[in-house]
Design a protein around this ligand. Structure first.
Ligand SMILES: *[C@@H]1O[C@H](CO)[C@@H](O)[C@H](O)[C@H]1NC(C)=O
Ligand SMILES: *[C@@H]1O[C@H](CO)[C@@H](O)[C@H](O)[C@H]1NC(C)=O
Ligand SMILES: *[C@@H]1O[C@H](CO)[C@@H](O)[C@H](O)[C@H]1NC(C)=O
Ligand SMILES: *[C@@H]1O[C@H](CO)[C@@H](O)[C@H](O)[C@H]1NC(C)=O
Ligand SMILES: *[C@@H]1O[C@H](CO)[C@@H](O)[C@H](O)[C@H]1NC(C)=O
Ligand SMILES: *[C@@H]1O[C@H](CO)[C@@H](O)[C@H](O)[C@H]1NC(C)=O
Ligand SMILES: *[C@@H]1O[C@H](CO)[C@@H](O)[C@H](O)[C@H]1NC(C)=O
Ligand SMILES: *[C@@H]1O[C@H](CO)[C@@H](O)[C@H](O)[C@H]1NC(C)=O
Length: 404
């Protein structure tokens, strides 16, 4: 009788072990409840991906596993309130959270690395509870959340860092040293103060709607750098020497300051080269422009506004056109002399330097009624060294006219 009862019990244990092993190695594990998550408690490693079901509600905590080889995702789970894991240290695939309208706690106390972080539409999530801090990820894209802080993510390097439309985000400071592809800070809290104390190199960087940006160590931008619609009073990049890579010309990255209403001081004392176009427009508080070390500009120089004579004492080469128009009195004599020697791309049509009540961006003297060409073709813009990142919302049509 003893054996008769024991055997089924043993069989059940064996089955449970087999089931555990099977569960741990499924290509995709879908969790709809805490009970489903608890069934993974004995898996040290999940060899596939974890997917939270849209029907999941309340709390799901995946405790036990340390490593998830695949991704971790939760999409459209409108009743999910708390999601987390106390044990997962790495997610080998993407960590994707999308459209989780009631998610208010995201707690991954041990997580240190994942591949791509892609979080969007998390309107109820105020903060991250990431005690161990994620320090390794290939890209981080965080869009449309209620986050007021990104503490818990602090990378050393990444390919893409894109933080946009997080209306409550008013401070963001990260130790990141290098961004090898795109850095975008766009439409977050209007008073967002961004601090990158250790950032040394970045490919393309676009800043929109921030109130301050601190980049004391930034030394090279291999793509384009642009500031649009910010509330910053000053921009200082004391160590920045070059923008847009080594090759001057049409494919080089550019520099742009457009529509920064409060911007009064741009300080880039060591900036030596802008490989593509250089545009300053619609910064109504900017009354002086000075780039003491700027030697080469591979594209066009296009400055418009209400400023005194731009100080560009080190200029040796402007390969594109030249348009400087100010509502304030400026002295064009030096630039007039440089036309054809330093300012190479400028023929009569592509050279303008004047004081005018109606200072226009990107309009050559022969086309003053122009600027009407508003065809902002990306390809065309790119061919003038203003890539998509820098073109932003600015009118490139005028620039094109000026250069043609
Ligand atoms: C977001 O999730 C809800 C369920 O919570 C769904 O009804 C809605 O269609 C989703 N929205 C989008 C844009 O996918
Ligand atoms: C960042 O880039 C610089 C210059 O290329 C390099 O010296 C440094 O080691 C990099 N830092 C990291 C954390 O990758
Ligand atoms: C600026 O660059 C110099 C070397 O050119 C370096 O010694 C210094 O530490 C850098 N400053 C910052 C804040 O990174
Ligand atoms: C910068 O962005 C442009 C357009 O988005 C892209 O073509 C270029 O390759 C980027 N540059 C770098 C260095 O990533
Ligand atoms: C945000 O920046 C854009 C330009 O990139 C500008 O049009 C817009 O007015 C700015 N918004 C605020 C609130 O400053
Ligand atoms: C502009 O900023 C730089 C660096 O922050 C500072 O040294 C300089 O005095 C400022 N210039 C003006 C006119 O405020
Ligand atoms: C230009 O700036 C000066 C102050 O530097 C100011 O007095 C003047 O009104 C401004 N003109 C325009 C057209 O904004
Ligand atoms: C500057 O602002 C004016 C008026 O808002 C706009 O028409 C023009 O396109 C802006 N210029 C640039 C280069 O963004």
């Amino acid at each position: 009788m003893f054996t008769r009862t024991l055997l089924p019990a043993l069989a059940a244990v064996g089955l449970a072990n087999a089931q555990t092993a099977t569960i741990c190695s499924q290509p995709t594990i879908t969790l709809a409840s805490q009970a489903d998550a608890s069934a993974l408690a004995n898996c040290a490693t999940i060899s596939g991906a974890i997917v939270i079901s849209p029907s999941a509600s309340g709390t799901i905590s995946v405790d036990g596993p340390q490593q998830v080889v695949g991704g971790f995702s939760a999409l459209n789970a409108g009743n999910l309130v708390t999601l987390g894991s106390t044990t997962i240290t790495s997610i080998g695939g993407d960590f994707t959270l999308t459209n989780l309208t009631t998610l208010s706690t995201l707690s991954f106390g041990s997580l240190k690395s994942c591949k791509n972080i892609a979080w969007s539409a998390l309107p109820a999530l105020p903060e991250l509870t990431f005690a161990a801090t994620v320090s390794k990820a290939t890209s981080v894209v965080i869009t449309n959340t209620f986050l007021s802080s990104l503490d818990g993510i602090n990378l050393l390097t990444c390919e893409t860092l894109d933080i946009n439309n997080n209306n409550r985000l008013n401070t963001f400071s990260t130790q990141i040293a290098n961004v090898t592809n795109q850095l975008t800070i766009d439409s977050n809290g209007v008073n967002l103060a961004v601090s990158f104390p250790n950032l040394m190199t970045v490919a393309n960087a676009t800043f929109k709607n921030a109130s301050s940006i601190t980049v004391p160590s930034l030394s090279t931008v291999s793509g384009s750098l642009g500031f649009y619609g910010t509330n910053m009073e000053s921009v200082s990049a004391p160590n920045l020497t070059s923008i847009g890579g080594k090759t001057l010309g049409v494919d080089g990255g550019g520099l742009a300051f457009v529509g920064n209403a409060k911007l009064a001081n741009i300080s880039m004392p060591r900036l030596n080269q802008v490989s593509g176009a250089f545009q300053i427009a619609n910064n109504s508080a900017l009354t002086a422009i000075s780039f003491p070390s700027l030697s080469k500009v591979g594209g066009a120089i296009d400055f418009s506004g209400n400023f005194s004579t731009p100080e560009l004492p080190a200029l040796t080469q402007v390969s594109g056109g030249f348009n400087v128009q100010s509502t304030a009195q400026i002295d064009c004599s030096t630039f007039d002399q440089e036309k054809g020697t330093v300012i190479l791309g400028a023929n009569d049509k592509a050279y303008t330097c004047l004081t005018t009540a109606d200072a226009q961006a990107g309009v050559g003297s022969a086309t003053t009624s122009g600027g009407s060409s508003s065809s902002t073709s990306k390809a065309a813009a790119a061919s003038y060294g203003i890539n998509e990142a820098v073109a932003g919302l600015s009118v490139v049509g005028g620039l094109l006219q000026m250069l043609l």
